[in-house]
Design a protein around this ligand. Structure first.
Ligand SMILES: Nc1ncnc2c1ncn2[C@@H]1O[C@H](COP(=O)(O)OP(=O)(O)OP(=O)(O)O)[C@@H](O)[C@H]1O
Ligand SMILES: [Mg+2]
Length: 401
């Protein structure tokens, strides 16, 4: 199954482009599902379904055209399905601290649950080979980054914290129950967390393999939107995701002959040219501003046809993962493509076998391969849009062997 992730700044046209892509793929005979990962769903509206989805359950795909389904993930519904024991525990925990029950239930929908719910579907559909293509209509960039950074975070939690917590509780439960009136998580809670982890297993690898998953950044030819797109490009790279196209939406057509729009057109031309320079060799695709909002299958199909003229929307347009380890002159070098990064923006650290790279508010643990055990990063540099880190065997290791 191919996975296409569409994201970008708020309002740039993500849902419209994702929906149009769905129609273009379905027309090519590919069984396609567009899954809305944004809590503020507007996917059904893009297809002009006028509440047709509202009377159905959100958690199921709804057919909107031949070969094409859409699905909006509803977190409250998902909680009933996957989270009852987990959120139940959190709600009890909050309730004993004196919060009203209703509020406790609200709070038990902790940030990230929406994203985890969507990830569960991604993994399930991939395992079942239910569709040829899965399109993710994501929330604006910041939240999407939380989505893509979740699998490694969860994995870390499961492996390190969860195991420790469970074994401590086994020993301490009888005592803890005597001395504290805080609820202690039940064995069922742990079993639930474990089952959940099982269902998510492998999703990280799936999302980071450019043959399966690529990210398409939707943007507009304006300075501020483009700056955010550059940052998004970098952060996705940091998390190991391959961006294989940048889609510039809402370009004014030539020959409007109106001075007001002519000025806008020149601005767009400047920033379109800039985008091409910035993102090279990543392809830039363009979408014209239509003369009206793009709502309903006919408008979406027209937009899709002009966007993908002659291209297969399901192809991977870039196959190089954004970071890789290579052996160079006897030492291992980690290269990260971070085209817009400045040296002072990067912080590096090593923690429990991981290289921890921090860029602004985003941090990612990159596991250091086993072959490098005993090596330490000795040199890092930022040059020509790449961060390279050289690993050499530490003196202690060298002395030993
Ligand atoms: N090329 C276009 N020409 C004309 N209208 C467009 C175009 N692209 C998108 N629109 C319109 O712009 C509005 C916003 O688009 P859309 O909902 O796809 O944006 P979004 O990026 O998904 O927004 P959000 O951040 O809220 O999820 C919609 O009314 C849509 O019909
Ligand atoms: Mg949207």
């Amino acid at each position: 199954m191919r996975i296409l992730l569409y994201t970008g700044k708020g309002g740039v046209g993500k849902t419209t482009v994702a929906a149009a892509t769905g129609l273009a793929l379905a027309a090519r005979g590919l069984k396609t599902l567009v899954l809305s990962v944004d809590a503020a769903h507007s996917l059904a509206d893009a297809f002009d379904l006028d509440g047709r989805l509202a009377d159905k359950r959100h958690g199921v795909p709804v057919a909107v055209a031949g070969n094409l389904w859409i699905q909006e993930v509803d977190v409250t519904e998902e909680i009933g399905r996957h989270w009852s024991d987990i959120s139940g525990y959190i709600a009890t925990l909050l309730a004993v601290t004196g919060i009203e029950e209703v509020l406790a239930e609200e709070l038990a929908i902790f940030p990230g649950m929406e994203e985890v719910s969507a990830l569960l579907y991604v993994n399930r559909y991939a395992r079942e080979e239910a569709y040829d293509v899965l399109i993710l209509d994501c929330a604006p960039t910041g939240e999407s980054l939380r989505f893509v950074s979740l699998p490694p975070t969860l994995d870390w939690y499961m492996k390190k914290l969860f195991r420790i917590e469970r074994s401590i509780l086994k020993v301490a439960r009888p005592m803890a129950e005597k001395v504290t009136n805080l609820p202690i998580p039940s064995e069922r809670y742990f079993d639930n967390v474990k089952a959940l982890a099982g269902k998510l297993d492998g999703v990280d690898a799936l999302l980071k393999d450019p043959k399966t998953t690529t990210v398409r950044l939707v943007t507009n030819a304006e300075k501020i939107v483009l700056r955010e797109t550059q940052r998004a490009f970098m952060y996705f790279g940091l998390y190991g995701f391959t961006v294989d196209a940048v889609i510039v939406n809402r370009l004014l057509p030539d020959g409007l002959g109106d001075p007001f729009f002519e000025k806008w057109r020149r601005t767009q031309a400047t920033f379109l040219a800039e985008a091409k320079r910035y993102f090279d060799p990543v392809p830039i695709w363009t979408v014209p501003l239509e003369d009206d909002q793009v709502v309903g299958a006919a408008g979406l199909a027209k937009l899709g046809a002009s966007l993908y003229a002659g291209l297969d929307p399901a192809a991977s347009f870039r196959r190089t993962p954004p970071y890789r380890f290579q052996k160079r002159a006897g030492a291992y070098v980690l290269t990260l493509d971070l085209p817009f990064v400045e040296k002072e923006d990067v912080e590096l650290a090593v923690a429990s076998g991981d290289l921890v790279v921090t860029l602004g508010n985003f941090r990612h643990h990159i596991p250091i391969p086993r072959t490098l055990a005993g090596s330490v990063p000795t040199k890092a540099k930022v040059e020509a849009g790449q961060l390279t880190i050289r690993f050499e065997r530490s003196t202690a290791e060298a002395n030993r062997g």
